[in-house]
Design a protein around this ligand. Structure first.
Ligand SMILES: Cc1ncc(C[n+]2csc(CCOP(=O)(O)OP(=O)(O)O)c2C)c(N)n1
Ligand SMILES: [Mg+2]
Length: 563
């Protein structure tokens, strides 16, 4: 491989490497500490192999930049890049970096940093960032030398992409980023199409799981986001189909089996996890979303198998019947090889198990129907989903940012394909919405992008509708406007018999906010107006907020608190 020399300021060095990793876009908010990165993005890095200019998307709050980089990673499975200026630029990004950390999203955050030569004298925004970021990143450190920067940025991307994936933070001192140097591009093995996958899991671990599966009467397979991030969606589907396993899909694995698939048991989730005797969880932690990994009847708890893309991801807080760590696609392929038998369903599953779950799925859908078509006024939030379901394309990207309104979405929207559903994940951070929407429009230029936004959630990022407008990124935003922090209001009432601090302005014109910023929108107060408003929103080809005033008394029927 020819050696490529990089010559120029630190920005040229950093971006030469980012390009090698296939980074399509830099998300940022301006600050003098990081100008050289912009300069390199605008000019390309001619001397280092003729790099092309990189797309720059400038936002209105650093957390939006980091959320956008995270969503880019989750949608494209190439690493995201956010650049934030020193001090408040970095501190403003912490919640979004933490979201990426808990989601295992591969991304690099490059920060500016006050100059080394004055360190301790109190220059503008002088603060040591890595200790703030270390607990929520795979690694956080500082580069002080221009000549080392390419190597450090290479290490950052490589680490971010190595399973278990996650965010990496690197700040660059003012001298290092503005300084000039020559260096070699660390070319060894830089693959535009991603790093080679993790090694396969130990075949003996898979063999133990296959044995458990053969003996199980009521097995369930739970799939999580790493199945998608690890390119294991086809292998997972094949395993479910070959082994006739009912599947519950979470996060970005929703859609691995499309809505209506006979093995998709997500809507029968409580029954499936309550009655199971074996639960195999792959690609997601055994956290509060999965009852911390306790399944099955109380008097006969299910055996639990945890499969993760790296050994550190295997749960330690509960006993496991077996576990396996490694490339998830290899795991599913090996599981079929070891548990399957040509021409017949290989498990010892009870004959009535799948029909029982399919019956529960049918019953759940039948229960939905009256709410999805509800004519109630004020609007029942479910009616919004009844209308959306009729217009969503198979490749739509659906983003949820909010409380109860998004829980309803999780229940009613069953994606047709994996990778297109973006919820905030286990950190549960409000404010992901606009950043995720910006990234989704760029990652999937021809697909519908729908942001489901609580009116409370809107307050965290709606100003970035301005970013959608400036960068000409059409997105349909549906605001479920119940005039309340609904997910707090109803639980507080249940606890104390009253609620406080849970009300927002009733009927607030969030649509006018988007109009004022140069987009479009309208308010909807009756159920019959929802469908025509959605049609206008999808046809508008600009950022469009449909502000649906919903009934504040409707609470999502919640069975867990997350605690
Ligand atoms: C950054 C952040 N602050 C506070 C919370 C706590 N919280 C969770 S849901 C919720 C209410 C969300 O209200 P809204 O977006 O209007 O959705 P609704 O529940 O009303 O449908 C709040 C305040 C949080 N998850 N994240
Ligand atoms: Mg609300």
């Amino acid at each position: 491989m020819p050696v490529v020399r990089i010559s120029g300021h630190g920005g040229v060095h950093a971006l030469a490497v980012a390009r090698e990793y296939g980074v399509p876009t830099m998300f940022t908010l301006s600050g003098g500490h990081v100008f050289p990165l912009y300069d390199a993005a605008v000019k390309g890095d001619g001397e280092a192999g003729g790099g092309q200019p990189m797309r720059l998307v400038d936002v209105r709050h650093e957390q939006t930049a980091v959320f956008a980089a995270e969503a880019t990673a989750r949608l494209t499975r190439t690493p995201g890049l956010a650049v934030v200026t020193a001090g408040p630029g970095v501190t403003n990004s912490v919640s979004a970096v933490t979201t990426a950390w808990l989601n295992g999203s591969p991304m690099v955050v490059l920060g500016g940093r006050a100059p080394d030569y004055r360190w301790g004298a109190g220059s503008l925004q002088e603060i040591d960032h890595p200790p703030l970021l270390a607990p929520v990143t795979k690694r956080a450190w500082t580069e002080h030398e221009t000549a080392n920067l390419a190597r450090s940025v290479d290490a950052a991307f490589r680490l971010a992409m190595t399973p278990h994936r996650g965010p990496v933070f690197l700040d660059i001192s003012l001298e290092a980023i503005y300084g000039q140097a020559e260096a070699e591009l660390p070319a060894a093995g830089l693959p535009a199409a991603g790093l080679p996958p993790a090694g396969p899991p130990d075949p003996e671990d898979v063999s133990r799981i296959a044995a458990l599966l053969r003996a199980a009467r009521r097995p369930v397979l739970v799939l999580g986001s790493d199945v998608w991030l690890g390119n294991a969606e086809y292998a997972a589907r094949q395993a479910a189909e070959e082994l006739r396993l009912p599947v519950i899909a979470n996060g970005q694995a929703r859609g691995v089996l499309p809505a209506g698939h006979d093995l998709l048991a997500t809507r029968a989730r409580s029954l499936a996890l309550r009655e199971a005797d074996l639960v195999i969880v792959a690609g997601t932690p055994l956290d509060f979303r999965l009852g911390y990994g306790s399944f099955g009847p109380e008097n006969a708890p299910a055996q639990v198998v945890h499969v993760a893309d790296a050994p550190g991801g295997i749960a330690t807080h509960r006993p496991l019947a077996a576990c396996a760590a490694g490339d998830l696609a290899a795991f599913f392929t090996d599981l079929v090889a070891q548990a399957g038998a040509p021409g017949r369903a290989p498990t010892g599953a009870a004959e009535d198990w799948l029909p029982q779950l399919a019956g529960a799925v049918r019953a759940a859908h039948a229960m939905d129907a009256p709410l999805l078509t509800s004519d109630a006024e004020p609007v029942h939030p479910a009616r919004i989903y009844g209308e959306l379901l009729t217009v969503l394309d198979d490749d739509a990207v659906v983003i949820g940012d909010g409380g109860d309104f998004v829980s309803f979405a999780g229940k009613y929207i069953e994606p047709a394909r994996p990778g297109g559903w973006l919820d905030p994940g286990p950190f549960g951070c409000l404010g992901t919405g606009l950043g995720y929407a910006i990234a989704a429009r760029l990652a999937r230029p021809a697909a519908q992008v729908v942001l489901l936004l609580g009116d409370g959630a809107a307050g965290f990022s709606l100003m970035d509708a301005d970013t959608l407008v400036r960068h000409r990124l059409p997105v349909v935003i549906v605001c479920g406007n119940n005039g309340a922090w609904g997910l707090e209001k109803h639980p507080m009432r249940a606890l104390y018999g009253y609620d406080v601090l849970a009300d927002l302005q009733p009927g607030c014109r969030y649509d006018e906010v988007v109009r004022a910023l140069g987009g479009a929108g309208e308010i909807v107060t009756s159920p019959g107006e929802i469908a025509p408003a959605l049609r206008r929103a999808f046809a508008a080809n600009c950022p469009y907020l449909v502000n649906v005033v919903t009934d504040p008394e409707i609470a999502y029927p919640r069975s867990t608190t997350g605690v």
